[in-house]
Design a binder for this molecule. Structure first.
Ligand SMILES: [Zn+2]
Ligand SMILES: [Zn+2]
Length: 219
Protein backbone atom coordinates (compact mmCIF):
# COMPACT_ATOMS: atom_id res chain seq x y z
CA UNK A 1 0.00 0.00 0.00
CA UNK A 2 2.93 2.34 0.73
CA UNK A 3 4.24 1.93 -2.83
CA UNK A 4 0.73 2.51 -4.20
CA UNK A 5 0.47 5.75 -2.27
CA UNK A 6 3.88 7.03 -3.42
CA UNK A 7 2.84 6.36 -7.01
CA UNK A 8 -0.60 7.87 -6.42
CA UNK A 9 0.87 11.16 -5.25
CA UNK A 10 2.43 11.66 -8.69
CA UNK A 11 -0.95 11.30 -10.45
CA UNK A 12 -3.69 13.96 -10.85
CA UNK A 13 -6.22 14.51 -8.02
CA UNK A 14 -6.18 13.65 -4.33
CA UNK A 15 -4.04 10.52 -3.71
CA UNK A 16 -6.27 9.35 -0.84
CA UNK A 17 -9.40 9.65 -3.00
CA UNK A 18 -7.53 7.83 -5.79
CA UNK A 19 -6.49 5.02 -3.47
CA UNK A 20 -10.06 4.59 -2.16
CA UNK A 21 -11.50 4.68 -5.67
CA UNK A 22 -9.10 1.88 -6.69
CA UNK A 23 -10.27 -0.24 -3.73
CA UNK A 24 -13.90 0.48 -4.51
CA UNK A 25 -13.57 -0.41 -8.19
CA UNK A 26 -11.65 -3.59 -7.31
CA UNK A 27 -14.48 -4.70 -5.03
CA UNK A 28 -17.24 -3.79 -7.47
CA UNK A 29 -15.52 -5.37 -10.45
CA UNK A 30 -15.45 -8.76 -8.65
CA UNK A 31 -18.66 -8.65 -6.63
CA UNK A 32 -21.34 -8.79 -9.38
CA UNK A 33 -19.75 -11.97 -10.78
CA UNK A 34 -19.53 -13.49 -7.28
CA UNK A 35 -23.14 -12.60 -6.42
CA UNK A 36 -24.36 -14.11 -9.68
CA UNK A 37 -22.45 -17.40 -9.51
CA UNK A 38 -21.17 -17.98 -5.95
CA UNK A 39 -23.79 -19.15 -3.48
CA UNK A 40 -21.61 -18.32 -0.47
CA UNK A 41 -21.13 -14.70 -1.65
CA UNK A 42 -24.93 -14.42 -2.07
CA UNK A 43 -25.51 -15.81 1.41
CA UNK A 44 -22.97 -13.42 2.99
CA UNK A 45 -24.62 -10.50 1.20
CA UNK A 46 -28.02 -11.65 2.52
CA UNK A 47 -26.77 -12.15 6.09
CA UNK A 48 -25.35 -8.63 6.27
CA UNK A 49 -28.66 -7.31 4.82
CA UNK A 50 -26.88 -5.78 1.83
CA UNK A 51 -25.13 -2.43 1.72
CA UNK A 52 -26.03 1.17 2.58
CA UNK A 53 -28.23 2.95 -0.04
CA UNK A 54 -25.26 4.74 -1.65
CA UNK A 55 -23.30 1.50 -2.14
CA UNK A 56 -26.38 -0.46 -3.22
CA UNK A 57 -26.80 2.00 -6.10
CA UNK A 58 -23.07 1.92 -6.82
CA UNK A 59 -23.19 -1.88 -6.96
CA UNK A 60 -26.20 -1.63 -9.28
CA UNK A 61 -24.19 0.60 -11.63
CA UNK A 62 -21.72 -2.29 -12.06
CA UNK A 63 -24.52 -4.82 -12.45
CA UNK A 64 -26.91 -5.85 -15.21
CA UNK A 65 -30.61 -6.32 -14.40
CA UNK A 66 -30.14 -10.06 -15.01
CA UNK A 67 -27.31 -9.95 -12.45
CA UNK A 68 -29.60 -8.34 -9.86
CA UNK A 69 -32.22 -10.99 -10.61
CA UNK A 70 -29.61 -13.71 -9.92
CA UNK A 71 -27.81 -12.11 -6.96
CA UNK A 72 -30.56 -10.45 -4.92
CA UNK A 73 -33.16 -13.17 -4.10
CA UNK A 74 -31.36 -14.45 -0.94
CA UNK A 75 -31.09 -10.85 0.32
CA UNK A 76 -34.78 -10.22 -0.35
CA UNK A 77 -35.64 -13.50 1.44
CA UNK A 78 -33.49 -12.49 4.45
CA UNK A 79 -35.21 -9.09 4.61
CA UNK A 80 -38.63 -10.68 4.32
CA UNK A 81 -37.77 -13.18 7.09
CA UNK A 82 -36.51 -10.36 9.32
CA UNK A 83 -39.76 -8.43 8.89
CA UNK A 84 -41.83 -11.58 9.45
CA UNK A 85 -39.99 -12.20 12.75
CA UNK A 86 -40.42 -8.54 13.73
CA UNK A 87 -44.21 -8.79 13.42
CA UNK A 88 -44.21 -11.31 16.28
CA UNK A 89 -41.48 -9.74 18.41
CA UNK A 90 -41.90 -6.41 20.25
CA UNK A 91 -38.12 -5.79 20.70
CA UNK A 92 -37.34 -6.63 17.08
CA UNK A 93 -40.19 -4.41 15.98
CA UNK A 94 -38.59 -1.44 17.76
CA UNK A 95 -35.00 -2.26 16.65
CA UNK A 96 -35.97 -3.36 13.15
CA UNK A 97 -35.77 0.05 11.61
CA UNK A 98 -32.25 0.69 12.91
CA UNK A 99 -30.94 -2.57 11.50
CA UNK A 100 -32.61 -2.19 8.13
CA UNK A 101 -31.57 1.44 7.78
CA UNK A 102 -28.08 0.71 6.58
CA UNK A 103 -25.42 3.24 7.43
CA UNK A 104 -21.64 3.54 7.43
CA UNK A 105 -21.57 1.51 10.65
CA UNK A 106 -23.22 -1.58 9.22
CA UNK A 107 -22.23 -1.37 5.54
CA UNK A 108 -19.23 -3.52 4.60
CA UNK A 109 -18.12 -1.20 1.80
CA UNK A 110 -18.26 1.91 4.02
CA UNK A 111 -16.25 0.15 6.70
CA UNK A 112 -13.65 -1.13 4.23
CA UNK A 113 -13.14 2.34 2.76
CA UNK A 114 -13.02 4.05 6.13
CA UNK A 115 -10.33 1.65 7.30
CA UNK A 116 -8.36 2.11 4.04
CA UNK A 117 -8.76 5.89 4.37
CA UNK A 118 -7.41 5.89 7.94
CA UNK A 119 -4.40 3.70 7.01
CA UNK A 120 -3.57 5.76 3.89
CA UNK A 121 -3.72 9.05 5.78
CA UNK A 122 -1.41 7.63 8.50
CA UNK A 123 1.07 6.44 5.82
CA UNK A 124 0.99 9.80 4.08
CA UNK A 125 1.54 11.62 7.40
CA UNK A 126 4.72 9.50 7.90
CA UNK A 127 5.88 10.06 4.31
CA UNK A 128 5.55 13.84 4.78
CA UNK A 129 8.13 13.71 7.58
CA UNK A 130 10.79 12.83 4.96
CA UNK A 131 12.37 15.28 2.46
CA UNK A 132 11.27 12.98 -0.41
CA UNK A 133 7.68 13.04 0.84
CA UNK A 134 7.65 16.83 1.16
CA UNK A 135 9.10 17.22 -2.36
CA UNK A 136 6.59 14.75 -3.85
CA UNK A 137 3.69 16.53 -2.15
CA UNK A 138 4.76 19.98 -3.33
CA UNK A 139 4.82 18.68 -6.94
CA UNK A 140 1.38 17.06 -6.60
CA UNK A 141 -2.21 18.33 -6.81
CA UNK A 142 -2.35 17.76 -3.04
CA UNK A 143 -5.20 16.31 -1.03
CA UNK A 144 -8.81 17.30 -1.62
CA UNK A 145 -10.12 19.61 1.10
CA UNK A 146 -12.04 16.74 2.73
CA UNK A 147 -8.90 14.64 3.18
CA UNK A 148 -6.68 17.63 3.89
CA UNK A 149 -8.60 18.27 7.12
CA UNK A 150 -8.12 14.63 8.21
CA UNK A 151 -4.41 14.69 7.34
CA UNK A 152 -3.79 17.92 9.25
CA UNK A 153 -5.46 16.43 12.31
CA UNK A 154 -2.92 13.54 12.35
CA UNK A 155 0.37 15.16 11.20
CA UNK A 156 0.97 16.75 14.64
CA UNK A 157 3.47 19.25 13.19
CA UNK A 158 2.86 22.95 12.78
CA UNK A 159 5.41 23.19 9.97
CA UNK A 160 3.87 20.36 7.94
CA UNK A 161 0.34 21.68 8.56
CA UNK A 162 1.45 25.14 7.31
CA UNK A 163 3.06 23.57 4.24
CA UNK A 164 -0.15 21.63 3.48
CA UNK A 165 -2.34 24.72 3.87
CA UNK A 166 -0.01 26.91 1.76
CA UNK A 167 -0.02 24.25 -0.95
CA UNK A 168 -3.85 24.10 -0.88
CA UNK A 169 -4.11 27.92 -1.11
CA UNK A 170 -1.79 27.89 -4.14
CA UNK A 171 -3.82 25.12 -5.76
CA UNK A 172 -7.09 27.02 -5.18
CA UNK A 173 -5.57 30.14 -6.77
CA UNK A 174 -4.45 28.14 -9.82
CA UNK A 175 -7.89 26.55 -10.23
CA UNK A 176 -9.65 29.91 -9.87
CA UNK A 177 -7.42 31.45 -12.52
CA UNK A 178 -8.07 28.48 -14.87
CA UNK A 179 -11.85 28.69 -14.25
CA UNK A 180 -11.91 32.41 -15.09
CA UNK A 181 -9.85 31.90 -18.26
CA UNK A 182 -12.00 28.90 -19.26
CA UNK A 183 -15.15 31.01 -18.91
CA UNK A 184 -13.69 34.00 -20.79
CA UNK A 185 -12.45 31.84 -23.67
CA UNK A 186 -15.86 30.11 -23.92
CA UNK A 187 -17.58 33.52 -23.90
CA UNK A 188 -15.34 34.63 -26.78
CA UNK A 189 -15.98 31.32 -28.63
CA UNK A 190 -12.30 30.48 -28.22
CA UNK A 191 -12.75 27.20 -26.34
CA UNK A 192 -10.33 25.46 -28.73
CA UNK A 193 -7.51 27.67 -27.37
CA UNK A 194 -8.00 26.40 -23.77
CA UNK A 195 -5.05 24.54 -22.25
CA UNK A 196 -5.68 21.06 -20.83
CA UNK A 197 -5.77 22.49 -17.28
CA UNK A 198 -8.27 25.18 -18.32
CA UNK A 199 -10.56 22.62 -20.02
CA UNK A 200 -10.49 20.44 -16.92
CA UNK A 201 -10.83 23.33 -14.48
CA UNK A 202 -14.55 22.79 -13.58
CA UNK A 203 -13.93 19.10 -12.81
CA UNK A 204 -10.68 19.89 -10.97
CA UNK A 205 -12.52 22.46 -8.84
CA UNK A 206 -15.17 19.89 -7.84
CA UNK A 207 -12.61 17.15 -7.18
CA UNK A 208 -10.54 19.47 -5.02
CA UNK A 209 -13.41 20.88 -2.96
CA UNK A 210 -15.54 17.75 -2.54
CA UNK A 211 -13.20 14.80 -3.30
CA UNK A 212 -13.80 12.27 -6.08
CA UNK A 213 -17.49 11.64 -6.77
CA UNK A 214 -17.32 7.84 -6.41
CA UNK A 215 -16.26 8.08 -2.77
CA UNK A 216 -18.06 11.28 -1.77
CA UNK A 217 -20.40 9.39 0.57
CA UNK A 218 -17.77 9.36 3.36
CA UNK A 219 -18.99 11.74 6.08
ZN1 LIG B 1 -9.56 13.14 -1.22
ZN1 LIG C 1 -21.83 1.99 2.37
Amino acid sequence: METDLKKRITLPNCPICGQLEDELFKLFSDLPQALSYDEKARENFAQEYGFCPFHTWQLAAFYSERGIAKGFPPLITALEKYLTDAVKNETLKKQGTTLLTKSKDNCRVCRLLQSEEKDSIALLADYLKTPAGKAAYSESDGLCLQHLASLISVVKSDDIASMLLTHAIQHLLEITSDLITYDKKNEARQRHTCTKNEKNAPRRALNFIAGLKSISFIP
